[in-house]
Design a protein. Structure first.
Length: 305
């Protein structure tokens, strides 16, 4: 019985950890899409920023500088997407695919060009005094590194801003009825620019977590589909930062079950177990697709008349 409890605790604790990069990226994408722009490049931006974070942290010995470099790189790549989609009016799907190629190319070229293979020790957990000692619940919720706590905090803050502030109202308006927003004196394209850049910044946090807070190294395809899963979480959450917490945990649970079962050597093919998050994604999309309705002006460029 004790062994079963330990396994379940490990799985649930792992789901919180593995939901973190998904939650970071989905929060930025929620704002992005709420403003009317789709960023399909999230996956590649996560991989690129994971590399940048690792390289800078390894070179300087500072996890903070590594994280700042990652969010700067993510914002810079997203700025290119902003210019293409908002200023020029390129099809957002095409621009997103180009961003994938660009970010992946930069990350892989940069990694292969390094004279050494950078590795670091992942950030240590911060045990919340008192709460971390609670049996079962403590290890699941209160024994994680700073990135995990930041992701939850950001979700709460982002939800408050989106639903309770004038700025949040402008963001929602830019994605629902940009013409009316413009008539009210709101700069729609500026809002879209900022929200797209924010999506890159948040993907940067997700990438920094992967290399600095979880794995401690870089490899091709490090994001492992988490950027695509983040876009599904946006749909699952119905563009709500609060519900994105639950959506991310669902997929984090899939990743955690797979990794834990592989770790204990269960008699099931590891390749099947690694498919679990994507099987969950297919099931979610199948059931949720007809029940969700995105922002009315999503993927529609706005031109002031």
């Amino acid at each position: 019985m004790t062994e079963i409890v330990e396994i379940l605790t490990s799985i649930l604790s792992g789901s919180v950890i593995l939901s973190t990069p998904i939650l970071f990226s989905s929060l930025g994408e929620i704002y992005d899409e709420r403003a009317g722009v789709l960023n399909l490049g999230i996956e590649a931006i996560m991989s690129l920023t994971a590399f940048v974070a690792l390289w800078v942290a390894y070179s300087t010995g500072s996890y903070l500088l590594g994280t700042l470099a990652a969010i700067f790189a993510g914002g810079l790549i997203a700025l290119i997407h902003s210019f293409a989609c908002v200023t020029i009016g390129i099809n957002q799907l095409i621009s997103g695919l180009l961003i994938i190629t660009l970010a992946d190319g930069i990350a892989n070229f940069g990694y292969r060009s390094l004279p050494v293979t950078p590795t670091i020790e992942p950030l240590k957990p911060i045990n919340i005094p008192g709460l971390s000692q609670i049996p079962v619940l403590g290890p699941i919720l209160f024994q994680h590194n700073i990135f995990v706590y930041l992701a939850i905090l950001f979700a709460i803050i982002f939800g408050f801003i989106l639903y309770k502030t004038t700025w949040g109202l402008k963001i929602r308006g830019a994605g629902e009825n940009p013409v009316a927003c413009d008539a009210a004196g709101i700069n729609v394209n500026r809002i879209r620019y900022l929200c797209v850049i924010l999506s890159g910044v948040m993907a940067g946090f997700g990438g920094a977590f992967l290399s600095l807070g979880y794995i401690g190294l870089y490899g091709r395809g490090l994001a492992g589909g988490r950027g695509w899963i983040a876009i599904i979480v946006v749909i699952l959450s119905r563009w709500s930062p609060y519900r994105a917490i639950l959506g991310s945990l669902i997929f984090g649970l899939g990743y955690s079950i797979a990794s834990n079962l592989i770790g204990i050597g269960v008699g099931v093919s590891q390749y099947f177990l690694l498919m679990l998050p994507y099987i969950i994604a297919l099931i979610v999309i199948s059931f949720m697709f007809k029940r969700t309705k995105g922002p009315s002006a999503l993927t529609v460029p706005y031109r002031r008349k």
